[in-house]
Design a protein around this ligand. Structure first.
Ligand SMILES: [Zn+2]
Length: 296
């Protein structure tokens, strides 16, 4: 492999991007969520504005543009593109990336990447950070990545992106501005950090996370693995693979509160139009208005 210089190399090569990429503009957050996700085939997502990728089942050129990469688990369709992602970043002379992954999987992921480095006769320059539920890492720009619990057939995580804006403490709600300034000058803490969960991505998981993972209930945008959508596969079929069925989502529809709900990781047994039709037919109207499935 020849190392070339500069990220400009691919700027005029739109044909390198795969045709089936889904793009969802999240008006509230002022960012795009884009990527491709077909259960068992490939899942890679990214939010370019946050320099964050989530999973890299395959590594088309756009997926390599994010410096932070959070892997939900080490199944091939979610992590199989890791070495290719690292290789593309090296080819384009992008900054060495930071990859986050379930702590239990890190030793094996490192071994695979080391072997690829050996085959290339050049080690990859990257940082791998093992995560457990609740662990956080800074993404820059005042945002944090937090690992969420997931319930899959191998060690797995979901991820949330959050901010911690400061807000005036409730006890000072009626205090006039002049008095507030005096209090602040005398060293009284008049504000406190709050938490704003911008995005939560479930990762591959059984649906119990919708009941007990707080971030999936409070995030402004939630991407939820919804592998099967109708009777073509049963809830029991979904459980075998450690997955969620739309029936599971419907059973919890009243508790699903995000402004945007994004079903993803939809099985290849549904064409995009069949998937949209199943969602339109089965979701309650109010949830359907907030639903933006990750489909091309
Ligand atoms: Zn999986």
């Amino acid at each position: 492999m020849t190392r070339q210089s500069g990220p400009h190399l691919t700027a005029h090569r739109p044909e390198l991007a795969s045709p089936g990429i889904a793009q969802i503009y999240l008006e509230r957050l002022g960012v795009r969520l884009e990527g491709q996700s077909v259960a068992g085939v490939e899942t890679w997502l990214r939010v370019p504005e946050w320099n964050l990728g989530i999973d890299v089942g395959r590594a088309p050129e756009p997926s390599a543009r994010c410096k932070h990469l959070a892997l939900t688990h080490a199944h091939m369709d979610h992590a199989g593109g890791l070495a290719q992602y690292l290789s593309l970043r090296q080819l384009y002379a992008f900054e060495p990336p930071t990859v986050y992954a379930p702590a239990e999987s890190c030793a094996d992921l490192r071994m695979i990447v080391d072997i690829w480095g050996k085959l290339h006769n050049r080690a990859f320059d990257w940082t791998l950070i093992g995560m457990r539920p609740g662990d956080e890492a800074p993404l820059g720009g005042g945002r944090w990545l937090r690992a969420l619990p997931a319930d899959h057939v191998v060690p797995a995580l979901g991820y949330a992106v959050l901010e911690r804006p400061r807000r005036r403490k409730a006890e000072f709600a009626g205090t006039p501005t002049g008095a507030l300034r005096q209090l602040a000058e005398s060293g009284v803490a008049i504000t406190e950090a709050t938490e704003r969960v911008l995005l939560a991505v479930s990762g591959d998981t059984r649906p119990s996370v919708l009941d007990h993972v707080e971030e999936l209930r409070t995030a402004e945008v939630v991407a939820m693995e919804t592998t099967f959508l109708d009777r073509r596969r049963t809830v029991a079929d979904a459980r075998v693979g450690g997955h969620t069925h739309l029936d599971d989502v419907l059973a919890r529809a009243d508790g699903i509160r995000p402004h945007v709900f994004i079903p993803y990781h939809i099985s290849q047994i549904y064409t995009p139009s069949a998937a949209r039709a199943a969602l339109a037919e089965r979701l309650p109207p109010e949830l359907l208005t907030r639903c933006r499935p990750l489909l091309p």
